[in-house]
Structures are given as C-alpha cells and as structure tokens.
Design a protein around this ligand. Structure first.
Ligand SMILES: Cc1ncc(COP(=O)(O)O)c(C=O)c1O
Length: 382
C-alpha cells in the first residue's frame, strides 16, 4: 500500500449510522431546540462582530465575551471561583480533554481511569503517549484506595473522572471520595481532569458542586454546551489555572489558530439573554418524563434480560445484562435491523471488565423509546 506505516485505528470512536436508528449515550433532543432561536443568535452575532470589526484573527483562548459568560455561569450556578482568565474555549469538551492530555503528558506518564469509562478520553490520553492505568469503581464512585496504590506504583500525571454522573454507569461520586481524591492529588502531585459533561440534568435533589469548586488549583474542569444545546455547535471549554489556559491556547495556535468567532458570539448571546437557562429548564421537565417512561418500558420489555438503576440525573441509562450471551446476541443482530449504538466493549478500559450498554433516553420520544426497547429485546432473545 502507499502508506505502509499508517496504522488503521482499531475501533472507530464515533458510533456508526444505523439504517433505521442510531442510539446515543445521552444527548439532548436536537428537535426540541428551536432553530429560529439559533438563527437569531447567529444573525445578531454576525452583525455585532462585523460592526465591531471583530471578524479577524483573534485570541486563541476564545471570544472574550463568551469566556466572560461561561465564567459567570460557572460562578453563579456551579460554585467555581473563576474569571475569564480561567477559561479556554474549545471545539467541544473532547478537544479540551485532548489538549489537556497534550500539555500534561510526557512519555511514560500514567493516567488513571476507572475500569469503566469514556473511551474517547482514554483514546486521547493514549494518543498523547500516556500509559493507561485502571482503577476500581463502585456505586459510590472511584475506588480511592486503588488510586493510592496506583500512585505508589506509577508516575501518575492525571486522573480522568466524571464525578457528577459517572460515565457510563451514571453513579455520582460521594463527597468523602471526592475529598480523598483531592488529598491524593495534592500528595502525589497529579491533576484531576473533571469532565462535567451533563451538569444541568438532575431530576431529584440538587447535585453536588463540581470538584473544581473546592480545589481550583488541582482540577482541570472540562465543560460542554453539547448537552445544553446541541452537539453540532461544537462549543466546549476548559476552566483551569491561567497557566493551564495559556498552555492550551498555545496548542490551539498550532491546530486551528482560534475558534469560530460567529459561533462563539452566538453562544455568548444565548447565554447572556437567558435563552440557554430557559431552554434547559423547559427540556429538563420533558427529559424527566422521558426518563420515567423509559424505565417503565425497560420494566415491561427487558425485565428478564437486564438490571438497571434509575439515574437521578443525566440523559442515559446503564443497562447490565444478566446473561452475557443475550448481550452478545443483541450486539450481533442489531446491525441486521439497522440499529446502531456504542459497543459494550467500548466502556471497558481493560480486558475482562464487565460489559453493559449505555443508552440515551432523552433524544427519543416515549413511542420511539418503546419501539427501540422492543427491538433490543427481540435481538437479545434466543
Ligand atoms: C463523558 C463525555 N465527555 C465528553 C463528551 C463530549 O462532549 P463534546 O461534544 O463537548 O465534545 C461526551 C459526549 O457524549 C461525554 O459523554
């Protein structure tokens, strides 16, 4: 071949399209986001930026107005003590995680991840030369004793966690685990990469504040507007110490120089006008109903096949199969009916880890969810 040195990726990270339906791992329903709201915000952003002669090359850290708006949202709603100088805008939080890996990792450094975790983040760490070391996980979050053991054995540079709703299992990390993890981070001088990908969606009690709110110096906080609005905007951000922000900005200079000014100004417009808050408040009620209906459908369609716990927030269920043969049948047959979803193998950071499916419920109407669950059941049955 022409490029014999070019290794093909072993597994595609993006979920392939399904001829009938593609299930996600917890995404907002894009159909609920009014297109005219977005169009108006873009129009205003384009006109404003043009009038201000701001359509030139600019600061790689992102639109000053959007950085202010995000800092103010994080201060008011999530307890982070941050200003615009702590914010770097990225094209999605995935880019933020990748750039964080780029600046932190030297060859041979270890990055800790839970044994079930978010594959694109692991892949980004690996791509930057990290040695991935897995640690345990239970219904209270990461196994902190395991973290300590790993720190005594490896040169640990960072841990990747999703404390609000663990990806993929949806459990939240208990406060005492969070405090112990912060102590260990101080003792062994590693960074905590906190991916807070779906902070807004909780259906019961108020959620815990992010870890970054009590240890801004130790935590590199990755956030996203993908779940708030739609993934297609590609607006994510890192909140961290200014030194980290500047190092990320340098990487952005190497990649694409800067983000899309009009999109960033439009996002700032939506935040400033309160439209984001309104949209989230409205859709959260819809998602709460969809979550309950999804659970009822799971009980009626898949009770014999799976165990699950009702997620108290987030936009997805974690389905644990009672019999792995049923899961294998399901995964083998789903493509035949044009149904695609993330592979149960994608969550395991090491061989031999238990497998399950993470299915987003928010982007499906109740009728769609019922159809999907019936289809999943029929694929799983012998
Ligand atoms: C755990 C987690 N982190 C990050 C992301 C990526 O978000 P973004 O669209 O901001 O890159 C997702 C999206 O599904 C996610 O589930």
């Amino acid at each position: 071949t022409e490029y014999p040195f070019l290794a093909a990726p072993d597994r595609l990270i993006a979920i392939p399209a399904g001829k009938w339906r593609k299930l996600d791992e917890g995404v907002a329903d894009g159909r609920l986001f009014p297109a005219d709201l977005l169009a108006r915000a873009y129009r205003k952003a384009a006109e404003g930026a043009s009038r201000a002669n701001a359509l030139h090359y600019r600061d790689p850290r992102g639109s000053p107005r959007l950085r202010q708006e995000i800092a103010s949202m994080l201060r008011r709603q999530r307890g982070l003590m941050v200003g615009a100088e702590n914010i770097c805008i990225t094209r999605g939080s995935q880019m933020g995680v990748f750039l964080t890996a780029r600046i932190l990792i030297r060859p041979g450094d270890a990055v800790l991840v839970e044994r079930l975790t978010y594959e694109p983040a692991v892949a980004a760490f690996r791509a930057c030369g990290a040695k991935i070391v897995t640690v345990g996980l239970d219904e209270d979050g990461v196994d902190v004793a395991d973290v300590e053991r790993a720190c005594r054995k490896h040169r640990v540079r960072a841990i990747f966690v999703t404390p609000h709703h663990q990806f993929p299992t949806t459990v939240s990390m208990r406060p005492e685990r969070r405090l112990r993890l912060l102590e260990l981070a101080r003792q062994f001088a590693f960074a905590i990469i906190e991916d807070d990908y779906d902070h807004e969606f909780h259906f019961g009690a108020q959620p815990l504040l992010p870890m970054a709110s009590y240890a801004p110096a130790r935590v590199i906080y990755a956030g996203s507007m993908s779940k708030l609005l739609v993934p297609a905007l590609r607006i994510g951000y890192i909140a961290a110490a200014p030194k980290v922000v500047d190092a990320l900005a340098y990487q952005i200079s190497l990649i694409d120089g800067m983000g899309n000014t009009v999109t960033e100004e439009a996002a700032a417009e939506l935040l400033e006008s309160g439209e984001v808050r309104r949209h989230v408040r409205k859709t959260a009620q819809i998602y709460a109903r969809r979550r309950d209906a999804f659970a009822r459908n799971l009980d009626s369609e898949m009770d014999r096949l799976i165990d699950y716990r009702l997620p108290d927030g987030g936009l997805a269920f974690w389905l644990q199969f009672k019999d792995m043969a049923a899961l294998d049948r399901l995964e083998a047959r789903a493509p035949e009916i044009g149904l695609s979803f993330a592979s149960s193998h994608s969550y395991a950071a090491e061989e031999g880890t238990e497998r399950g499916l993470r299915i987003g419920f928010a982007s499906l109407t109740e009728e769609e969810a019922k159809e999907v669950l019936q289809a999943l059941r029929s694929c799983a049955e012998p």
